[in-house]
Write a protein that binds this ligand. Sequence first.
Ligand SMILES: Cc1cc2nc3c(=O)[nH]c(=O)nc-3n(C[C@H](O)[C@H](O)[C@H](O)COP(=O)(O)OP(=O)(O)OC[C@H]3O[C@@H](n4cnc5c(N)ncnc54)[C@H](O)[C@@H]3O)c2cc1C
Length: 471
Amino acid sequence: MNNFDIAVIGSGMGGSLISALNSDKNLILFEKDSNLGGCGSTFKRKGNYYNSGATTFVGYEQNHPIKKIFDKANYTPDIKKSEVAIRVIQNKKAVDRVKDFDTFIDNMDRVYPHKNNRIFWNTIKTLDEKFWSLQKLHYAKYNFSSYFKTANAVIEILKVFKLDVLKSANSFIDETLYGISDEYRAFIDSQLLITIQTTSKDIPLLSLALGLSYPFHDVFYVNNGMGSLFDGLLKDINVHKKEQILKIIKEKEFYRVISSKNEYKAKQVILNSSIYDSASLFDDVKIKKYYDSFSFSDQSAFVINLTLDSKEDFLHHYQIILDKNIPNAISQSFFISFSSKDDEKLSKNGYSVTISTHTKAVFWKSLSKEEYKKQKEITQNFIINNFLENFESLKKEDIIDIHSATSNTFKKYINRYNCGGKAITFKNILQTPSCRTPFEGLFNVGDTIFAGQGWPGVAIGVEVLNKELNV
Ligand SMILES: Cc1cc2nc3c(=O)[nH]c(=O)nc-3n(C[C@H](O)[C@H](O)[C@H](O)COP(=O)(O)OP(=O)(O)OC[C@H]3O[C@@H](n4cnc5c(N)ncnc54)[C@H](O)[C@@H]3O)c2cc1C
C-alpha cells in the first residue's frame, strides 16, 4: 500500500506542476505545512487571509508551459487580468508598466526620457519573444541523452540569438541608453531584483530581457489567493499535508522515504525542497556531498502582511523605489500587492496587502531573540512609513492588522532560509543545478535549480524534468 512510482517532496510551484503532469501515475506528494504552495501559498491569521510571497501570476497564455500544464490538469484557474501590471513610483513620479508597447513607451518618455527608449525596450521585448518561441529548451546533466538534448538547446539558442548571446546587459544599457541617469538605472535594477534576483551587473543581455519583460505578457490576479491555484492543480493528486519527510534512504531498486508519520517506498523521488536544504534528508555520503556542493545563495525575503481598512481603489501591484537602502535589506525598493476589492476571501475584512523586499538570510539567523525583534521592527517601520508617504490617502490608523516575516519565518513554515533562485550569470551558468542528479531515480524541481524562479521559470524546469523522468 505504501509503494509508489513517484514520491514528490514539497507542494511548491515545482512540486505541484510536476505532480499535475503525472497525475496518471502512482504518485504521492508530501507537504510539511498545512497550506499548499510554499512561497506561493495563502495563509489565514486572526480570521484574515494573506499571500505569503508570490502575488502575480504570469505565463497563463497560449504556447506557454504553464497554460499547457494547467490544461493537462484539466483546471481553469479563477483569475483576472491586471490591466496595469505594476505601477513603479520613484520620487513621487509614476510609470505604469502596461502590455501595450506604445503606451508604455509614452509613459517611459514622460518620466525617464531618452532618445533611444523605443530601441532599447523594443530589443528587450523582441529577445523575450524569441526566447518563449524556442522549441528545444533543455538543460540537464548526468546522462547521455540529457547532454544531447542540452547540446541541441545550446545550438538552437546560438542560431536564434546569434551574437546577442555574448553581449552583457551592462554593455547593452551603456551603448543604447548612453548617459543613463541614476534614477533610470535604479528603475531597471529594482525590477530585475524582483524577477531574476540580481541587478544588471554581471548578467547577459538575454537575462536582462527576460527579467524586464514580464509586464509585456498578461499578468493575472488570482481570486481567493495565490494558494488557490495549488488546490486546483492538485485536486486529483494523492496529497499528504502536514507530513514532513525526514529521511530518504537509497536502496538497490527504490528509495525508502521516511516521514513524520509513516514510511514509504518509491521508485523515483522528486525533491521540491530547496537545493540548499536537501543534504540533511540523506545519510548516504555521496548524495550528501552532491547537495553540499552547491554554495548557499544568501538571499531571502522580508514580507509584511497588512489588513487595511480603506474605501480607496488601488491597482493590484506597485513598486516603490527609494533613494536609499532599506535597513536590514539589500534593496532600495519594495513591492506592494493589494487584494482585489471584490475578492470575497482576501478582502473580506479590508484589503489584504503583501509588501516584500530582499534581505540576507544569514543575517536574521545570527541575531539573538531580542535583537531579532528589534531589527524586524526597524525594517517594518521604515517600510510602512515610506509606504504611507507614497499613498497619501492612507493613514496609520487604517492598518487593522500587521505582521512581518523574515527568512527565519520561511524556514519555520516551508523549511528554507533562502528565497528566490540564483540568477544565471556568465560566471555560474555551468554550476547551475539540473533536475537530474547523478543518482538514478532522484530528481530536483523548484526555483533553486534550472531555469529559475517564479511561475514561468519554475515551469520551464518542470517541462525539462518531465522529459527527463521518462528517459
Ligand atoms: C516575497 C516573494 C515574492 C514573490 N513574488 C512572486 C510573484 O509575484 N510571482 C511569481 O511568479 N513568483 C514570485 N516569487 C517567486 C516564487 O514564489 C518562487 O520562485 C516559487 O514559489 C518557488 O517554488 P518552488 O517550486 O521552488 O517551491 P517552494 O516555494 O520552495 O516550496 C517548497 C515546498 O516544499 C515543502 N517542503 C520542503 N521540505 C520538505 C520536506 N522535507 N517534507 C515535506 N515538504 C517539504 C515546503 O514546505 C514548501 O511548501 C516570489 C517569492 C517571494 C519569496
